[in-house]
Design a protein around this ligand. Structure first.
Ligand code: HEC
Length: 102
């Protein structure tokens, strides 16, 4: 069983690279999908941002700032709750992932 799991993990890495595979998983598991849409281009509310294809560095910075409270404008309160359940390393992976969404 362990061998099978290792093989599946290795296959996933070959298909999309480790960071992107993890980013996709995080994007679904950490509920990002609910507010920003499955591909980051169909926000739940008209005043929520489209994030697909956003510059990775910028997206990472915004998430870190919302997490720390440095950014508290607009609707960031809606986003802040989620930022408490993602680590800084996960935010980096998520930023990479959404920058690749079309
Ligand atoms: C409860 C709804 C909600 C969830 C869940 C959510 N967000 Fe957001 N997010 C928002 C809102 C609303 C904003 C805009 C805040 C504002 O108005 O300033 C935002 C902003 C952002 C931004 C900054 C966009 C910009 O152009 O500055 C990024 C990047 C982002 N979210 C990514 C994510 C990721 C990745 C996740 C999952 C870990 C996530 N969001 C989960 C509601 C949500």
């Amino acid at each position: 069983m362990k061998i099978v799991m290792t093989f599946v993990a290795a296959a996933a890495v070959l298909v999309s690279g480790p960071a992107l595979a993890d980013g996709a998983k995080l994007y679904a598991e950490k509920t990002c999908v609910a507010c920003h849409g499955p591909k980051g281009d169909k926000p739940l509310m008209p005043d929520y941002p489209k994030i697909a294809g956003q510059n990775a560095k910028y997206a990472e910075r915004q998430m870190l700032d919302i997490k720390s409270g440095a950014r508290a404008n607009g609707n960031s309160a809606a986003m802040k709750g989620v930022m408490e359940i993602v680590s800084e390393a996960e935010i980096k992976q998520l930023a990479e992932y959404i920058s690749k969404l079309k």
